[in-house]
Design a protein around this ligand. Structure first.
Ligand code: KIV
Ligand code: ZN
Length: 390
């Protein structure tokens, strides 16, 4: 069912790269763009060409090397921005211009000192300028999350009429609750007469930790593109995390949706982005954090060792992560201890483990984690009968 594909629009190189300290040079950007294409993203937002000569050069270089994915450049609805974006995309096999303007009262009044009708005209004009260069034009209604739905619907109808083929509904400030964002998408589907002529895109920020949930509500309600970044990097608290939305869609087959992403590459690309942008991934990050497949409490470890599905909904192999880990801490149990000894080649009886476990707990109360070398030492001491059976 072709309508059930969710297009993955990666903006690691644009919204992600806006994070202080994450700026990349052309060589780094092209290296990452090739990996993103290999991962299977449909659209690569390569940069904002008018913003600096370096970014212009990067978008040009990416346009030259990307074969299958669409290469997208950001602009405001400013003629020069659009012309520069088009120039940077000159060599792209599938170019897209992403242009737009703020539509909430905060933007219209405070940022532009303007009116709804003036902003509507500027939006239409911007899309028309972009259409002079390509028939693949995406329009963003910045701060759509806080834009009145009735006005938003009028803007979206007008820009589609002017030639926009994708309409981006950003929750720029990460303000919406999932049901509100979903209702916004549903409102547009029900109230924009020409909505069937464009793909609706979700672009959610994570200020309240809701970016993934909001994007999923968006596609459940009919959007078919998600804008996201590897490791959820992006302005302030970040953007929707690519690995999270891809895996939500993959794990919840009942949604009837799919993406073109090769999930086995999720962990390798996460590491690459973290290295290249010098931005560590939090250990408890879903899918790609170092603890995402670690089990440390006795109850969890016991259940996991009996049947891994008890405590794991994703096989780490499926997302290119290292195998699940049984971490030994003072909260671990006997089965985990026996398991880790077995992995080191020690086959102890239940009675042996009872004795060893007491010694293990004494050590674990001192150290945060009991490592392989501590276990070997414990086993050797025990075997040489230095630890006597109580
Ligand atoms: O968050 C946002 O609104 C944006 C737009 C420029 C698409 O990043
Ligand atoms: Zn954004």
């Amino acid at each position: 069912m072709p309508n059930d594909k969710v297009f993955i629009f990666d903006t690691t190189l644009r919204d992600g790269e806006q994070v202080p300290g994450c700026k990349l040079n052309t060589k780094e950007k092209t290296e990452l763009a090739l990996e993103l294409e290999d991962l299977g993203v449909d659209i690569i937002e390569a940069g904002f060409p008018v913003s600096s000569p370096g970014d212009f050069e990067s978008v040009t270089a990416i346009s030259k090397i990307i074969k299958n994915a669409t290469v997208c450049a950001l602009s405001r609805v400013v003629q020069n921005d659009i012309e520069v974006a088009a120039k940077a995309l000159k060599y792209a096999r599938r170019p897209r211009i992403h242009t737009g303007i703020g539509t909430s009262d905060y933007h219209i009044k405070s940022k532009f000192n303007s009116t709804q009708s003036e902003i509507l005209e500027r939006a239409i004009q911007g899309v028309k300028w972009a259409r002079n260069f390509t028939d693949n034009v995406e329009f963003y209604a910045e701060d759509a999350g806080r834009t009145d739905n009735e006005y938003l619907a009028r803007v979206i109808e007008a820009v589609i009429k002017a030639g926009a083929t994708t309409v981006n509904i950003p929750d720029t400030t990460g303000y919406c609750l999932p049901h509100q964002y979903g209702e916004k998408i549903a409102y547009l589907i029900n109230n924009v007469p020409n909505i069937d002529k464009a793909i609706i895109s979700c672009h959610c920020h994570n200020d309240l930790g809701l970016a993934t949930a909001n994007s999923i509500e968006g596609v459940v309600n009919g959007a078919r593109q998600i804008e996201c970044t590897v490791n959820g990097l992006g302005e302030r608290a970040g953007n929707t995390s690519l690995e999270e939305v891809v895996m939500v869609i993959k794990q919840h087959k009942h949604l009837g949706l799919y993406t073109g992403i090769n999930a086995k590459k999720l962990n390798p690309i996460s590491r690459l982005v973290s290295d290249i942008m010098r931005m560590p991934v939090q250990p408890n990050k879903a899918i790609v954090g170092s603890n995402a497949f670690s089990h440390s409490s006795g109850i969890h470890q016991d259940g996991f060792l009996k049947d891994k599905l008890t405590y794991e909904i994703i096989d780490p192999v499926d997302v290119g992560a290292d195998e699940s880990k049984i971490v030994l801490t003072a909260r671990s149990g006997r089965s985990a201890l026996a398991f880790r000894f077995r992995k080191l080649g020690y086959e102890f009886t239940r009675n042996d483990i009872d004795v060893l476990y007491k010694e293990f707990l004494k050590l674990a109360d001192i150290h945060k984690e009991i490592k392989e070398e501590n276990l070997v030492e414990l086993a050797k001491e025990y075997q040489s009968k230095e630890i006597s059976v109580a």
